[in-house]
Ligand binder design. Structure first.
Ligand SMILES: [Zn+2]
Length: 454
């Protein structure tokens, strides 16, 4: 073989021979054989300070950095010492071994760096040749070092937040929930914990302290009264704000969706199966604005395609069918309630654009009157919800908190869950989510060119 000499960064190790071998999985690996230097202090007994003897030797294998796609592994002998005066035995120290791992410090650091760059564990495992549990252990330690105090407590917020956002999300088993509290300006998650009750909020308050909370002006939440009450009890100066995202989500789920289901049931009961079927597919149409539907019709007329054809895979292009607006109008005819749904949606969007509380209050009241007039149970429920949360809703005119950050966190959580195949280890999952909210995007990374004058 032809050799290139490189500094190994492995203090005390001298390479004597290198072989190219195959791993059990069939990958190429350099087996770097060598000797480990014996330090004078190695043979001093840590218990009685007597001089220890060499008892026997062990073969050690440590995974090391890869060279391109070729892995590498160090092979050397390690001594075991025996103290004749106190019978203590111990292994020779390996200064370049990562603590608790059968790998070198440079490989351990490289693995950490790859993980910190945002690569998935699977990719990092295939680059470094390490097993998935080892990669996970290294990542867990990295996250604990970065975001916890002694691995038991989350770090304090890095800065004073002005606006907070609180939201809950379902855990993998579908019944349990967790809560996230974020800094609405940076998007950083400040708190993440099991449960969705007041206790989680109290735990957060205890964590950051009342002095820190003095600097917080408002908190955006959904209409879960538990969160609101918790903050009102402990920090009455913080204004609760109900953001647009949560109000609209509530309206879609609890009003628009329910009205549609009722109507479908009624049509089926009356034997009008065909009309019921058409309603089933109408969710998209009902949730799109009229302008979107008009635009889609225009596009269909203009010959726009639903799906492009492919020469490579022999696929015919699928043209868009016109008639979005037609169908919409038919559905509207089916029931005037749908018209009201539309109206409310428009009025909600308009109200949430207001920058004056009096103006916003007027618009919300108008909208509440419409709900009341429908005499429909779902609209009335919405009316009561608005009534019960009125102050927090119109506070949006003053604290114009956008819900984008909370939505973003929700999406990140979903992505991380998919990447991790569920992360049965919640601590790890939470720290991953915590970490991902702090990822910064580097637009122009520095050049890696070597200076010419070297
Ligand atoms: Zn001893």
């Amino acid at each position: 073989m032809d050799y290139i000499k490189l500094p190994s960064k492995l203090k005390g190790f001298s390479n004597t021979q290198t072989d190219l071998v195959k791993t059990l999985s069939g990958r190429d690996s350099y087996l770097i054989r060598g000797d480990l230097k014996q330090e004078e202090t190695d043979c001093i007994c840590p218990l009685c300070a007597g001089k220890m003897h060499v008892h026997n030797t062990f073969e050690a294998n440590l995974n090391h950095l890869c060279f391109g796609s070729t892995l590498s592994c160090l092979k050397f002998s390690k001594l075991r010492y025996f103290c004749p005066s106190c019978r203590h035995t111990q292994m020779q120290k390996v200064p370049f071994q990562a603590l608790g791992h059968r790998m070198t410090l440079p490989l351990w650091q490289y693995t950490r760096d790859l993980l910190a760059s945002g690569m998935t564990n699977k990719v990092v495992g295939s680059i470094t040749g390490l097993g998935k549990n080892t990669v996970k252990d290294i990542d867990m330690q990295r996250l604990k070092d970065k975001y916890t105090i002694d691995g038991n407590k989350l770090i304090q917020p890095e800065r004073q937040a002005k606006y907070l956002g609180i939201d809950e999300f379902k855990l993998h088993d579908g019944n349990k929930y967790a809560v996230v509290i974020i800094d609405m300006e940076t998007g950083h998650i400040l708190w993440i914990a099991h449960g969705k009750k007041k206790a989680t909020v109290f735990a957060f308050i205890e964590h950051v302290g009342l002095d820190w909370l003095d600097g917080v002006e408002a908190i955006a939440c959904d209409m879960n009264s538990d969160f609101e009450e918790a903050f009102e009890t402990m920090c009455p100066h913080i204004q609760v704000v109900y953001d647009y995202f949560h109000i609209v989500k509530y309206f879609h789920d609890k009003v628009a969706g329910e009205v549609r289901k009722d109507e479908q049931r009624r049509l089926v009961a009356e034997g009008d199966i065909k009309a019921a079927e058409s309603l089933k597919k109408s969710k998209y149409i009902l949730n799109s604005s009229f302008e979107t539907l008009q635009r889609k019709d225009e596009e269909a007329k203009g010959g726009k395609l639903h799906a492009k054809g492919s020469l490579l895979f022999n696929k015919e292009p699928v043209p868009m069918k016109p008639g979005y607006v037609d169908r919409y109008e038919k559905i509207i005819d089916l029931n005037k309630l749908f018209f009201t749904i539309d109206l409310i949606k428009e009025k909600l969007a308009e109200a949430y654009r207001a920058t004056d509380e009096v103006e916003m209050a007027k618009m919300i009241e108008e909208l509440m009157d419409i709900c009341k007039m429908t005499k429909n149970e779902h609209f009335r429920k919405f009316y009561r919800m608005l009534d019960n949360h009125f102050e927090g809703i119109i506070a949006h005119a003053t604290y114009r908190i956008s819900a984008g950050k909370i939505e973003g966190i929700n999406n990140r959580i979903k992505t991380i869950r998919r990447q991790g195949y569920g992360y049965p280890d919640d601590d790890y999952f939470f720290l991953k989510v915590f970490d991902s909210s702090r990822k910064t995007y580097v637009r122009n990374p520095g050049s890696n060119k070597i200076p010419q004058n070297l």
